[in-house]
Design a protein around this ligand. Structure first.
Ligand SMILES: [Zn+2]
Length: 79
């Protein structure tokens, strides 16, 4: 069975739970965490957007690098 990591709403600690609908008790504060389809959906979206942001940063860095290289060549040509 797959396990997923969720944040406890009460103590904000990460806890590992089964990737299955149901109620889970937080091992730190004993708060009950309910996993339903909606929770699972938002967890998925969160993971996707993290990857998406990482890709955007990579693209930005690559672009910056290219601009710097272009500037460098431009300066050298001028001299
Ligand atoms: Zn907790």
């Amino acid at each position: 069975m797959n396990k997923i990591i969720v944040k406890c709403k009460a103590c904000k600690k990460d806890m590992k739970i089964l990737n299955k609908k149901g109620k889970y008790r937080c091992p730190y504060c004993k708060e009950v965490y309910k996993l339903n389809s909606f929770n699972k959906f938002t967890l998925k979206i969160g993971r996707i957007s993290k990857d998406f942001i990482k890709t955007l940063v990579d693209i930005k860095n690559t672009f910056k690098y290219r601009v710097n290289v272009a500037k460098y060549h431009f300066k050298n040509r001028k001299r």
